[in-house]
Write a new protein. Structure first.
Length: 107
């Protein structure tokens, strides 16, 4: 199977802006991943506290090794999501679907 390694895209394109209700010049960018929370989210931390997952003994999934240390097949690429920003009204829209590739180059 052939994987797309690099994909070249223009920095700007003309597409329909639903806010301006016309075709406008739009800047293409990648959606940033943003700030990621800790391994245990608020809900699972509360659940662990309720079931008494502190102190001695094995506490189910909290005593297992980290997921990264499990031996398993993983995907080599990530899905990149594009964001289009209208140059007239400065509003942004995400692309409907992400593209699975390792690198995206804007020209």
């Amino acid at each position: 199977m052939f994987l797309k390694n690099n994909m070249k895209m223009p920095k700007k394109t003309k597409r329909f802006c639903k806010f301006c209700n016309k075709r406008t010049e739009q800047k293409i960018d990648l959606v940033s991943t943003g700030h990621k929370r800790a391994t245990l989210k608020r809900g699972s931390k509360e659940r662990a506290k309720k079931r008494g997952a502190s102190g001695k003994g094995s506490h189910g999934r909290y005593s297992k090794p980290a997921v990264k240390s499990w031996k398993r097949k993983t995907k080599t690429t990530t899905k990149k999501v594009l964001i289009y920003t209208c140059q007239e009204c400065k509003k942004s829209l995400h692309a409907k679907k992400g593209i699975r590739l390792s690198k995206i180059l804007f020209e």
